[in-house]
Design a protein around this ligand. Structure first.
Ligand code: F3S
Length: 756
């Protein structure tokens, strides 16, 4: 069962009543985004209008998708919930842990050796708990989701920021942390700040060299990397309906690069064509029955300024191909002379060493076919590749079909490397250099989404530019960043001047999609007998042990670290090489708070052990306290825990014996994550009390036995000289979150409720 048509029909069955009711409570016509949000309220029928950008609302998503790097801890946690099956349809996709080096076959074999333990674990957990499993090599999560699971009007969450790609098929699809996914897998609601709405009206029509990628590159230029924060971007207008479904996916995908909560498009003929081409005629038929609910009310798109918080208009007929970068996806330059001038002014290398086509952003059949039309011209016109070319097809279905239709062969004739259907160079899984840190300055062009320093190859000197697949192909063939395929000539092997003609391609394969083994494993109907094995001595995986409740007595707790200034989730739980331990709580805890600056001494990973008087790293010091049964306290500044929703940033301190984190203010998701792990996340009632905390402080909680919603708590900070300060702290725990604390974690509570 690749998708659940009954589930989709049940979503559609609720639409009329709920959306009509929503229109009534909101009191005006609705955007598509609002229709989807109000149709997925946890409480059922809407009873009030929510304030955009302000109200926190509980939702009931239809699906969950997880990738292999983030799924490990999510599933380890889910196993703690005491459930026999996931509560909503869920899939796991093995795509991040495959390094690109030799080419698809060898690289896949290597990944299956290096990460077999993780893949086997994910496969067995998926089989046991009713989760669909996509094997390594099956494809990149978001392309596979678009081909198999996304459906117009649906709501999905996924443990990857580019989950938003499914907006191309009219979903509200949002990237979340593992803890959120676990809640929904376990049958709980999912909370989101009701987003603001940005409308993007697309007039005119794409043509020639301009592709959907250029639309989002333009939007990124207009809105910048922060412009979409807390907002859903809804695209509409004749330019939107004239575009392919996978092209819409590209645009939604890179909504993550402008910080948008997600992006979406209304249901149209291109989506219907895509659904039918990907063997989902029944979904298309069902969607056709509820068409009016799968797009905004007419009045909204007629007068968008009245219904969106912001409106942008782009005329696609006037849009030309763009190159965005380097180092940020919102730095836009038109291909050609403008790039020549900018590159010279900024000392960007004009020679291009690699062109990479693929990633979840641009790896559809249409993308490959348009890029191949340029590659074919190079062959026909006697042009030699001036740089290297790498291709990552988005899925085995795309790869198989493109291979059948001779598309891959065209690239191969140009000596391109066809990598595995996986993320590869998009996530630094690219063995380009033996010593990337000391690798030379160079430029590359790719059709991916992110181009931060080191992202593709670990080399801080690689200047990565983002472009459409067809522009990437043309620039890779020309070998120059400032090549303008619309105007510039190239000299071929015979010394003749030749020019490219406009790219051509197929929205969908003319002979239909085909695949032999798509790499999907359906879970057993009853997985109760399936054994999940994790080796005792594994360094990458560790079964979780439920956290013991911290209890209502916190006395004699020691200060572990008083974090100074910015302390993001990266400072608390670094990424990079630590990604390897994402599934092993004890091992990854060795990075706990090692990036945080200690207010005393202003060094990182250098704190005092009050019991010995010695200084050491944060994890070691925390372990020393824990070993003798002494609880610890972390103190922090403003917006503590900003950044990603990574649950490790809460689980690691919890694992190392931290009882409470007391700060001037929290980033909200991290605060919630602390609550879920059964810890205390508290804020100084008087911010100046941050300055009262000293290096040798011991903390006694005076009234924790009266922990209740809205009630301040009182803590005594005992200083080294015996003097004391009494500190008032606030909290935002509601009663059920206090129950999480009392039980040791949210999962402990779910398990208890499940057993009773
Ligand atoms: Fe993978 Fe890059 Fe997409 S890491 S999921 S291809 S953004």
């Amino acid at each position: 069962m690749a998708f659940d048509i009954e589930m989709i029909k049940s979503v559609y069955a609720k639409m009329a009543e709920r959306i009509d009711k929503a229109r009534e409570v909101v009191g005006k016509p609705l955007t598509l985004s609002e229709k989807i949000l109000y149709n997925h309220l946890w409480e059922g029928n809407p009873t009030k209008a929510f304030v955009r950008g302000k109200d926190y609302v509980d939702f009931a998503p239809d699906r969950i998708a997880c990738q292999d790097a983030t799924a490990q801890m999510a599933l380890l946690q889910f196993m703690q919930a005491g459930k026999s099956k996931v509560a909503v349809p869920t899939t796991v996709h093995c795509d991040h842990l495959i390094q690109a080096k030799e080419g698809a076959e060898a690289d896949l074999r290597n990944a299956n050796n290096v990460s077999s333990e993780v893949f086997n674990f994910l496969e067995s957990v998926s089989n046991k708990y009713g989760i669909g499993f996509w094997k390594p090599g099956a494809g990149i999560i978001h392309q596979v989701v678009l081909e198999n699971y996304a459906f117009p009007g649906g709501m999905m969450i996924g443990t990857d920021s580019h989950t938003v790609n499914a907006g191309g098929l009219g979903m509200v699809a949002i990237g979340v942390g593992g803890a959120d996914a676990v809640d929904v897998m376990a049958g709980m609601a999912w909370e989101l700040k009701f987003p603001k709405l940005i409308g993007v009206k697309l007039t005119g029509k794409l043509s020639g060299w301009t592709a959907p990628k250029d639309v989002i590159l333009k939007v990124a230029e207009i809105l910048t990397v922060k412009g979409g924060t807390d907002a859903i971007v809804e695209y509409f207008g004749p330019g939107a309906t004239a575009m392919s479904c996978t092209g819409k996916g590209t645009i939604c995908n890179m909504g993550a690069e402008i910080g948008a909560t997600t992006s979406t498009f209304g249901y149209d003929a291109s989506m219907e064509r895509y659904l039918r081409a990907t063997d989902r005629a029944d979904v298309a038929d069902a969607a056709n029955q509820v068409k009016t609910y799968l797009t905004a009310d007419d009045e909204v798109y007629a007068n968008p300024e009245q219904y969106f918080d912001k409106v942008i208009e782009i005329n696609l007929s006037e849009l030309g191909p763009l190159l965005n970068g380097p180092f940020t996806p919102d730095l836009s330059t038109e291909v050609g002379t403008a790039m020549n001038e900018k590159a010279k002014a900024n000392d960007w290398p004009l020679a291009v060493e690699w062109g990479l086509i693929g990633s979840c952003t641009n790896s559809s059949y249409e993308d490959l076919s348009r890029a191949a039309s340029i590659a074919q011209q190079a062959l026909d016109k006697g042009l030699k590749m001036k740089s290297e070319l790498g291709i990552n097809p988005g899925s085995e279905q795309v790869r198989y079909t493109a291979d059948r239709d001779g598309i891959l062969n065209v690239f191969e004739k140009l000596d391109a490397k066809i990598f595995t259907n996986a993320c590869g160079p998009c996530i630094g899984q690219w063995a380009r250099y033996s010593d990337p840190k000391n690798a030379p300055k160079n430029s590359i062009v790719h059709s991916f989404n992110r181009n931060f320093a080191k992202r593709a190859d670990g080399n801080p000197n690689t200047h990565a530019f983002v472009a459409s697949p067809e522009i990437t192909a043309a620039i890779a063939i020309a070998g120059r960043l400032d090549f303008n395929p619309l105007k510039d000539k190239l000299i071929n092997e015979n010394g003749e001047e030749v020019m490219f003609e406009e790219p051509t391609g197929w929205e969908l394969p003319p002979k239909g999609f085909e695949v032999k083994d798509n790499g999907y494993l359906e879970p057993e109907a009853d997985g109760s007998h399936v054994q999940v094995t994790v080796k005792e001595d594994s360094e990458r995986l560790q079964l979780l042990i439920p956290f013991e409740p911290i209890g209502s007595e916190i006395k004699g707790a020691k200060l572990l670290i008083k974090a100074f200034g910015k302390c993001t989730t990266d400072h608390i739980s670094m990424a990079g090489p630590w990604l390897r331990y994402r599934g092993h709580l004890d091992n990854i805890s060795n990075n706990c708070l090692i990036g945080a600056v200690n207010a005393f001494g202003k060094k990182t990973n250098f704190v005092k052990n009050q019991l010995t008087g010695e200084f050491g790293g944060v994890p070691d010091t925390a372990r020393a306290y824990k070993a003798v049964g002494v609880k610890t306290i972390v103190v922090g500044d403003h917006n503590y825990g900003e950044g990603s929703s990574r649950e490790h940033a809460a689980m690691e301190p919890r694992h190392l014996g931290v009882a409470a984190v007391i700060v001037k203010s929290f980033a909200r998701i991290h605060e919630t994550n602390l609550k879920k792990q059964g810890m205390l996340g508290l804020t100084f009632a008087n911010e100046a009390d941050y300055d009262v905390i000293q290096e040798d402080d011991t903390f006694n909680f005076l009234d924790l036995n009266e922990f209740a919603p809205g009630k301040q708590l009182t803590i005594e900070a005992v200083h080294a000289d015996g003097s004391k300060d009494v500190i008032k702290v606030n909290h935002t725990y509601n009663q059920s979150q206090i129950d999480w604390y009392n039980e040791g974690s949210a999962l402990n509570l779910i398990k208890k409720e499940n057993a009773s």
